[in-house]
Design a protein around this ligand. Structure first.
Ligand SMILES: Nc1ncnc2c1ncn2[C@@H]1O[C@H](COP(=O)(O)OP(=O)(O)OP(=O)(O)O)[C@@H](O)[C@H]1O
Ligand SMILES: [Mg+2]
Length: 223
């Protein structure tokens, strides 16, 4: 199947709050339906910025990001919120968790936004928590967790609504060897079930499983 799930066309992103910081320059790339694509490159080269453009958190300064044949930056607020519930899920590099809530409450948030009923909510939270081996942490406040534990919770939040596309920003950066293996297997399993995955990583074992690799350098892309 050659259907293009994600298409970036000549995307530029300039942050004007700093002295014209160009995060991304002329980036054109595609991710096909069901692909596992790796994105790599040095610190500050624009990897996270690209994921946030696909998520619709940022708007491109010029160029277009098209997902499922729709231009992300032209979606209405309503469409964008549906898009973030059903279509894309992001695992954030800085976790994106709410510190003063418990692990359970953080995991429930995407389900509440999606309007999932209480009974179903409990079932889904526990399924994911079991898979990520964080059942024993469900009633702990996020601010008491270790970095690796937070990483697992943030993966749970990103996967909670079972999105078609998973944007994973260095999801194993804070994990030990066993944790990295667990997350690798989880992502491969999801990919086998048909999920499209765009994965930012520096880890060779993960990169080796990718169908294609894009390398960023100072905001420019080389395949
Ligand atoms: N909101 C922002 N405002 C201003 N500049 C930003 C913003 N976000 C990112 N940048 C800048 O854009 C460039 C690319 O940042 P980005 O976070 O995309 O890099 P990265 O490749 O993910 O790096 P890392 O490997 O450290 O995570 C950096 O120079 C960064 O300082
Ligand atoms: Mg980053």
């Amino acid at each position: 199947m050659n259907y293009k799930k994600i298409v970036c066309q000549k995307v530029y992103k300039v942050f004007q709050d700093r002295i014209d910081s160009v995060a991304i320059s002329d980036v054109s790339m595609t991710v096909g339906d069901g692909e596992l694509v790796a994105l790599t490159g040095p610190n500050g080269s624009g990897k996270t910025t690209l994921l946030k453009l696909i998520m619709g958190i940022y708007k491109p300064t010029s160029g277009r990001v098209i997902v499922n044949n729709k231009i992300v930056s032209e979606m209405s607020e309503d469409e964008l919120s549906k898009y973030r519930i059903k279509t894309v899920g992001m695992i954030f590099q800085d976790f994106g968790l709410i510190d003063f809530l418990t692990v359970r409450q953080n995991l429930e948030l995407p389900l509440i936004i999606a309007g999932v009923a209480d009974g179903e909510k409990k079932k889904k939270v526990e399924e994911i928590a079991d898979r990520l081996e964080i059942m024993h942490l469900l009633s702990s406040s996020v601010k008491t967790l270790s970095g690796g534990e937070k990483q697992r919770v943030s993966i749970g939040v990103g996967l909670m609504n079972d999105p078609e596309i998973i944007l994973a920003d260095e999801p194993t950066a804070n994990l030990d060897r066993q944790g990295r293996e667990d997350v690798l297997n989880l992502l491969l399993d999801l990919n086998k079930k048909g999920k499209t995955i765009l994965l930012v990583t520096h880890e060779e074992p993960l990169i080796n499983y990718a169908t294609r690799i894009y390398r960023f350098d100072k905001g420019y892309l080389k395949e």
